[in-house]
Design a protein around this ligand. Sequence first.
Ligand code: PMP
Length: 423
Amino acid sequence: KSLSERDKAVIWHPYTQMQTAPAPIGIVRGEGALLFDENGNSYLDATSSWWVNIHGHAHPYITEKIAEQAAKLHHVIFAGYTHEPAVELAEKLLPVLPGSQQKLFYSDNGSTAVEVALKMTIQYWQNKGQVKTRILAFRNAYHGDTFGAMSVSARSVFTRAFDEYLFDVTFLDVPAPDNLEALKAAIDTHASDTAAFIFEPLVQGSGGMVMYDTACFDALLQHCRAHGILLIADEVMTGFGRTGTNFAMEQVQTPPDMITLSKGLTGGTIAMGVTTCTNEIYHAFLSTDKLKTLFHGHSYTANPLTCAIALASLELFLQPACRQERERINARHRAFAVELAYHPDVKNVRSLGTILAFEIVTGEADSYTNDLAGFLFKFFREKRVMLRPLGNTLYILPPYCITDEQLTEVYDSIYEMLAKYQE
Ligand code: PMP
């Protein structure tokens, strides 16, 4: 039996229970921007496998570091014990983050990094003896699949079955010149009991690669900060070079109080999340009163293998060569965006850093399961180019090692799709 057939008998995949969903493709190997199936076919990973493989697949340096750490220590409980990879990673990562990030808390993925940030901000105010319970978030946001993360995310097909179990959040539209003053006024109304504002900086990923006006976004953050509202920058998608700078928050003046990271953190190897914060936040938890402790910890918190991988990935990421690759992709994306904007079936072509996104004119923006999405999924699967639609939005978010020839192949496949999608 093939891997796909054996899989179908025993595995429940994300989002693919629909009877019409095709069997998953069995992948046996990865190299650079390519993945190979059990029959030797190659697939061009144009979305870095859910935006994680920033250095491509099976990078030799990361493989070497995995082996090195595996020979020493696989795991140790992180309450009361520590180890070199966890400390070194925090020492190297905190100074390159925007704002004054001075403490780092380890968790398991993007959703748990968000949970930790929410729990920290809520308890921060309690520890300081102040009643601040309201959380602000953007209306179209996506911050993860766990209950806290779903609560601060858009109410959508993803949350529908659970909406009544989610906590109340005050949602704001993304900022633009024509709504900025209204947004500021809404914040003024709620300022006295607002604990924190959580947001995806510069661009909403799962919400359809929605890019905001940077100046308006910064003004909104500045307004929150003036009211003492804690700012949580969810850089799970934007972090590690996606938006043109190392971290998206480098492009605004207002510093975040906390940052959540995952995805590119381990370069597409083993899942891990981190939540970073200022000493101001951390110090509110330091006390002889045990009840001021943050009661949160995962069995695999700061797993040494994962930390060693993140460290190797960070080293690669901070090399000038990696920045040059990102600049190369950005230049190619921008040139393609100019060309693509002339296509009659395309609208809202946008690019930022290594992200390129556009909408197909006839598609429904808000439906995950519309016919167009089904067609796009099937078309690119057959072309062996890994591109997935978000509603009627298609985006490219490649690993930084993608070659110029491979980028051309992705762009060409988009033109080919546009010639066929109405047939
Ligand atoms: N925050 C953002 C901005 C994300 O894009 C995602 C995942 N798409 C998450 C949080 C959740 O991360 P994970 O899937 O690792 O739980």
